[in-house]
Design a binder for this molecule. Structure first.
Ligand code: GLN
Length: 482
């Protein structure tokens, strides 16, 4: 869909990259600002005063849904809207959803969360596709373009908890959600003003190949709209409780995973392609496990920061949500180092499965480190913030070994006809991981924290060791792809 783009006006990249960089920066500003407060707001006596089990269930559902919605969001853009409109509508929905959160009513809160999930599903996958659309096939700047874009993600994600967290925890919860909505609105205005730099990337949906195909997709669309109307009705009439809905999502995720893999696996593939699909399946499982530990940043680790950590710096008190910025700050600092390291290692660069082992080991090591903090906190003392700083440092190393690597491995291992679907599979791993990581916060009060963190850490490292045993066969199954 790209017209060859020889423009080099944004750090050697097409000017349109700046448009998308800032759009995604504001979207992540809004997402991570909202997420930093979400669970704290739900369980705080000055917020919604939910018990932690219910808070964890709603939190797990929301952070899972925002990523799960990437699958219908990508489909809607491909088939009906084109990426350009999908990003615009998504941005508007996210802003509106956050303004709903700012209303002091539980009904508006749930409505807002639903709208934010849909909006993120429309925006997040499609803005990434637009980045790809800026480069002609074979343009060597593509990977570097994505690295710059990943910086945009982390600038938004890093700044936001500092501002939004402070306002929410130290000034007023609802005002913080207004600020999040204003941030996303700025992103939308910027996108509208600068969309002219995107050329014709993502302007039109893919044309229908036959009337029957169009009719089938329109049926799915009606079905989706019916679910959208039915769910709030079931919730508001009390037929379905929010916790039951969260439980149902867990089953649905399992069902979707099995269905997607069965559909992909039994396609018309050559033996080499089928083996690569099996590798994708293994990487999917590992990624889901990795994110289920890593994404506890917004759940158990956030509660630990709030309740068990000394939140003072040189005598000044700071809000516990500030810890949420550490991952992005470390990431911005270390990403260039890792880019350099992989290049420097040359032929000795670890393979994709080996990097996934490192991802699991580092995220596990982060949790095992925090066992020490949790043991000290048992006596009722608030522990040094350095425990969490070290945990997030180790987690970020894990992320750098697994996240960008996985993203590009998906595009390389997938048969060409289903690259889009396999990208959806990657987001599905994030969705499953977020769901588990969110629900684990339900154990926060019922299980000693050193046991909980120790179990998460040991499980991740154990899985890393098992995966290490399979590096060789997995490399063979990758069929020459590095
Ligand atoms: N931090 C990255 C982002 O927000 C990746 C998150 C994820 O896939 N879990 O885009």
């Amino acid at each position: 869909m790209a017209t060859p783009n020889l423009d080099t006006s944004f750090f050697g990249h097409p000017r349109g990259l700046a448009t998308l960089f800032f759009t995604e920066m504001w979207e992540r500003f809004s997402y991570y600002g909202m997420r930093a407060l979400l669970l704290l707001y739900m369980v705080s006596p000055t917020g919604l005063a939910f018990d932690k089990g219910k808070g964890a269930a709603v939190y797990g559902m929301v952070v899972s849904l925002v990523y799960l919605m990437s699958i219908p969001g990508g489909w809607l853009a491909d088939r009906f809207l084109g990426q350009r409109k999908a990003v615009l509508y998504g941005g508007i929905a996210i802003a509106v959803g956050n303004f709903c959160l700012a209303a002091p009513s539980v009904e508006m809160f749930y409505l807002g969360l639903g709208i934010i999930s849909l909006g993120t599903g429309l925006l997040k996958p499609n803005v990434s596709t637009l980045v790809g659309g800026l480069y002609a096939t074979g343009d060597p700047r593509r990977d570097a373009g994505f690295s710059i874009y990943y910086m945009g993600i982390n600038i938004g994600a890093g700044i936001s908890p500092l501002i939004v967290g402070y306002i929410g925890q130290f000034v007023e919860w609802h005002l913080a959600f207004v600020v999040v909505g204003v941030g996303m609105s700025l992103g939308v205005l910027q996108y509208l003003a600068d969309a002219k730099h995107l050329g014709d990337a993502g302007l039109h949906p893919a044309p229908w190949t036959s009337p029957a195909e169009a009719a089938a997709h329109k049926r799915y669309l009606w079905l989706g709209l019916a679910v959208l109307v039915l769910l709030p009705l079931l919730l508001y009439s009390g037929v379905l409780s929010i916790t039951q809905l969260a439980d149902a999502l867990g089953v649905l995720l399992l069902f979707i995973t099995v269905a997607v893999f069965a559909a992909v696996y039994f396609g018309p593939w050559s033996p080499v392609e089928r083996k690569r699909i099996l590798v994708i399946f293994v990487l999917f499982l590992v990624a889901a496990l990795f994110w289920s530990s890593f994404e506890q940043a917004g759940s158990t680790l956030n509660l630990f920061a709030d309740e068990k950590t000394q939140n003072t710096l040189f005598g000044f008190a700071f809000p516990s949500s500030w810890f949420q910025s550490l991952n992005s700050i470390f990431l911005i600092a270390m990403a260039p180092l890792f880019g350099w390291l992989w290049l420097k290692l040359g032929p000795k660069e670890p393979s994709v499965p080996a990097k996934f082992v490192l991802g699991l080991v580092f995220v596990g090591a982060g949790f095992l480190t925090l066992v020490g903090g949790a043991m000290l906190a048992k006596n009722g003392i608030k522990v040094s913030p350095l425990w969490l700083v070290l945990t997030y440092f180790l987690h970020t190393i894990g992320e750098l070994c697994l996240s960008p690597v996985g993203l590009s491995a998906m595009t390389k291992l997938a048969p060409a006809q289903v690259v889009g679907l396999i990208m959806g599979v990657w987001f599905l791993a994030t969705s499953v991981g977020n769901y588990i990581g969110g629900r684990l916060a339900g154990f926060y009060e019922t299980m000693p924290l050193d046991t909980l963190f120790g179990a998460v850490g040991a499980f991740a490292i154990g899985a890393g060791i098992v995966l290490a045993l399979f590096i060789k066969p997995l490399r063979t199954m990758m069929g020459g792809i590095k």
